[in-house]
Ligand binder design. Structure first.
Ligand SMILES: Cc1cc2nc3c(=O)[nH]c(=O)nc-3n(C[C@H](O)[C@H](O)[C@H](O)COP(=O)(O)OP(=O)(O)OC[C@H]3O[C@@H](n4cnc5c(N)ncnc54)[C@H](O)[C@@H]3O)c2cc1C
Length: 386
């Protein structure tokens, strides 16, 4: 193992937490990954086990079942350890629940909603998802066509969503809807659809290039009566709520990207030392050494930026643009790293029994979901006044 550049953002508590997470991943996650990859979905037991061990809802107040520590470094550690162990789609199930969905339930809810949902989210009994993308629109969120029209104390929801992570397992789905279909962004709201609501159907568990253990599904809504008590935040402010929370989502994806890239680097370096060609280890060819040197350099650059962004997030001043920078650069770096890793593994890099092969297929989506690289650059570019 190569000595890493010293990271300065953690204290002893974080180190202890990391040891506990590593043990959890080795005992409760890694042994099941192959089975879940074949099944196309993780067992709900994964969430229950994570909940039992205190790895769900670390930022939720203790009286509601959480860890009582609003410190994203704990989320970061969980995401890093899941990625480093090559858990792929299984790891994403948990980080989506913790890093991406939970903030909506924590910060946009009434006291009644908190009591109703947070204990189950922390125990793993309630699995969450967020549904923005539709068959007709992804990047262009303002064009969401799913409607939620008020009828007394209910909204009547009609439409469909696609590519929804945790889509099959989810009990609570944060759903982006138009409460005023005559408007674009200003007509958007967020409502929570619950498992079992009349007219809420799930489609196929979609067949993907990678992330096989992750259930990614279509959702269909036909006259679903959703109580107004399931509105998240303010009606008409859905887009504002999404923009606010997408910064943490993008940082989570960036951080997982760096951790996955580091795992790819470690596997590749080990392979380069052990495999020989023309009577010498393949890592000793100058080209291989330069590739490895570049990989190592990019890893440290990405890590320093992610760590700095995590400090900003904790301080409450991470900007949308900074999160976009982290997301596009770190995931593009991840993509380059796994590609180089496959090349240096030769034919074995294309065999799924080697972790680099699965890392390669799992990585491809990261520059697309959570906002594409192009949309990230749009966000940054627009902020420059050009
Ligand atoms: C495995 C997986 C999991 C996902 N999980 C979720 C989830 O949990 N919840 C959810 O809501 N969504 C999810 N998504 C959807 C994902 O976020 C979208 O696929 C993504 O935002 C892109 O949207 P799109 O597919 O409609 O592509 P489009 O928006 O149609 O984009 C197609 C291409 O056009 C480019 N493009 C679009 N607009 C512009 C522009 N203005 N300037 C330059 N280029 C542009 C894009 O960058 C892209 O290259 C998931 C997708 C996958 C595959």
């Amino acid at each position: 193992m190569v000595t890493r550049m010293r990271r300065t953002i953690f204290d002893d508590q974080h180190d202890l937490f990391r040891s506990a997470v590593r043990q959890f991943v080795a005992q409760e996650v890694s042994p099941h990954v192959a089975e879940w990859e074949t099944a196309g979905i993780v067992s709900r037991d994964l969430f229950l086990a994570a909940g039992r061990n205190g790895f769900l809802g670390m930022s939720v107040p203790e009286d509601l079942g959480g860890g009582g520590t609003d410190d994203f470094r704990y989320n970061l550690i969980l995401g890093e350890e899941l990625a480093a162990a090559g858990t792929g789609g299984a790891g994403l199930s948990l980080t989506l629940h913790n890093d991406i969905c939970l903030p909506y339930f924590l910060h946009l809810t009434t006291d009644e909603q908190k009591r109703r949902w947070l204990p189950g989210i922390c125990s793993g009994e309630l699995i969450t998802a967020i549904a923005m993308t539709e068959p007709g629109t992804g990047s262009d969120l303002g064009s969401v066509a799913t409607t939620a029209l008020r009828d007394g104390d209910h909204y009547v929801v009609n439409g469909s969503k696609t590519f929804i992570t945790n889509g099959i397992n989810a009990d609570l789905v944060i759903t982006a809807v138009k409460t005023d279909p005559s408007q674009r962004h200003k007509g958007m709201s967020l409502v929570v659809l619950e498992r079992g609501m009349a007219g809420f159907e799930r489609g196929r568990n979609l067949d993907k290039v990678g992330l096989h253990s992750q259930d990614t599904a279509e959702l269909f809504f036909s006259d679903v009566p959703v109580p107004v008590a399931n509105l998240l935040g303010t009606e008409g402010q859905g887009f504002v709520h999404l923009v606010h929370n997408l910064a943490q989502e993008r940082l989570s994806i960036a951080a997982a990207g760096v951790a996955a890239a580091r795992a790819a680097f470690d596997w590749t370096l080990a392979y380069c030392k052990e495999r020989t060609a023309f009577g010498q280890p393949i890592g000793s060819f100058q080209h291989s050494r330069f590739q490895l040197a570049e990989m190592r350099t990019e890893l440290e650059l990405g890590q320093v930026f992610v760590d700095r962004c995590v400090e900003s997030l904790n301080a409450g001043d991470l900007t949308v643009e900074e999160a976009a920078m982290a997301k596009w650069w770190c995931t593009e770096m991840q993509k380059r790293m796994v590609d180089r890793g496959v090349q240096l593994h030769g034919g074995y890099g294309y065999m799924l029994e080697y972790p680099i092969a699965r890392a390669y297929t799992d990585a491809r989506i990261t520059t697309i979901y959570g906002g594409t690289t192009e949309i990230m650059k749009e966000i940054i570019g627009r902020s420059l006044g050009v």
